[in-house]
Design a protein around this ligand. Sequence first.
Ligand SMILES: Cc1cc2nc3c(=O)[nH]c(=O)nc-3n(C[C@H](O)[C@H](O)[C@H](O)COP(=O)(O)O)c2cc1C
Length: 209
Amino acid sequence: MDFSEIVKSRRAASFFDPSKPVPQETLKRLVEMAAQTPSSFNFQPWSLVALENSEDKARLRKLAMDQPKITDAPLVLLVLGDRDAWKKGSEPFETNFDKMVEAGMPKEQYGWLADTAAKLYGQSEEAQQAFACKNAGFFAMSLMYAAKSLGLESHPMDGFDHDAVKKEFHIPDNYWIPLLIAVGYFDRSKEYPKAKWRKSFEDLVVAFS
Ligand SMILES: Cc1cc2nc3c(=O)[nH]c(=O)nc-3n(C[C@H](O)[C@H](O)[C@H](O)COP(=O)(O)O)c2cc1C
């Protein structure tokens, strides 16, 4: 399937075949494809919790508006955005800086990088939140397109009790969870969702004066 076909045919699929697990190899390929997502300064401020166990998914479903796709799908991903990954001293910041130095950046740029990132992302709670969510959102979209390219379906969900999910799954405080993604093979006994309306070019490209 070429990319335009992937983009056109991806739907939020509600019906998954519960008897068809996502092989570990496929999960690995999916995550490695999504790892190519661009991010602010290449901080890659995202992580995933992959729930495959029925009990875990049942615990999640209770906190996510009882959405059946959570337990029907063989795999549910908790997408995590790291609000602190821009901070000097954090593991993502330091690893990224080391890799940038390996790639030729002078070590003396450390202060510049730390200060610039702090100015952009550390001025307020809102800025930190936006940093985590915009980056993790791109990562999530890559996961969904990558899933489609691998013959999988996905369903993004933000209908869940954020703080309760964080508590239930022991997610550290620096993370925010922008969405969950159910992943699996479509239940072929059901009708595939129809494409919904989308804004037109004219609706999308705007100007303000
Ligand atoms: C961030 C986000 C959160 C969503 N949350 C839910 C949800 O909790 N439950 C649900 O049934 N659909 C959810 N959706 C699916 C949307 O309703 C769906 O993507 C949209 O209607 C367009 O349909 P399509 O993806 O099939 O093109 C969510 C989608 C996104 C991107």
